[in-house]
Design a protein around this ligand. Sequence first.
Ligand code: ADP
Length: 260
Amino acid sequence: MLTLDRLSKIYANGTQALSDVTMGVAPGEIVALVGGSGCGKTTLLRLASGLEQASGGRVAVDGDIISAPHPDVGIVFQEPRLLPWLTVAQNIAFGVEHLPKAERDARVDEALLRVGLAGYGPRWPRELSGGQAQRVAIVRALVARPKVLLMDEPFSALDALTRASLQDHLLALWEAHRPTLLLVTHDVEEAAALADRAIVMQPRPGRVFKDIPIDLPRPRDRLSHDFAEAKRAILAALDGSLGNPHSSPRRISVPSGASW
Ligand code: ADP
């Protein structure tokens, strides 16, 4: 269980990025953090990963306080950040070098198979497309089997079709060991496609505005009425978080894959 308890962050220049954020993410749950620019999403993720220190409150995983990078918490950034001098397999195995070679190789092969990259182990990062490289980055974060995976807009640099396919690959990987997933996204479609809950944040200072359950079975039908309703609920909350409670219907009918 990932718990954020009365978390706050004031940067050295006096900016209050987060104020009193409390939330829990259950084991195996997928939560999407959505909100306008500057509402503290990235700050929240950096605090949860131990890369940044909180000014108040605490982050814990199963009761262990997270105040520095921790093996139970993996993180995936917007760009893949693969090491160019290592092959795909070596990049992935980097964080599990303590495992016996046979176990390490088996985990790498199994994970590559799940994301449609069987046989890509000996390739170099420069030989991969953007979508393939990001799949490798996700595999690398999950191969150590962290309890929690944090993702900061992991698909935002990709085109809409690649993004949808990577969301499916992410779910295929998540299925294997069901880590807790906390994902920052500005894409309402992505939140509805992946998450059990969308937490909408509000800026100045960053805080939770609304917690929206997305109670749809998986695999999700992106063309269904219920899916459209889930997107509509998130969009309406986003509008509310920016002080526009009377959002227009035109604003609500986003095309598939559109970003907010
Ligand atoms: P989001 O990810 O939702 O866009 P951020 O967490 O990046 O929000 O930023 C929240 C607020 O904190 C913004 O006002 C931003 O300008 C400020 N901020 C972020 N990082 C720093 C920093 N290192 N120093 C000072 N202010 C920062």
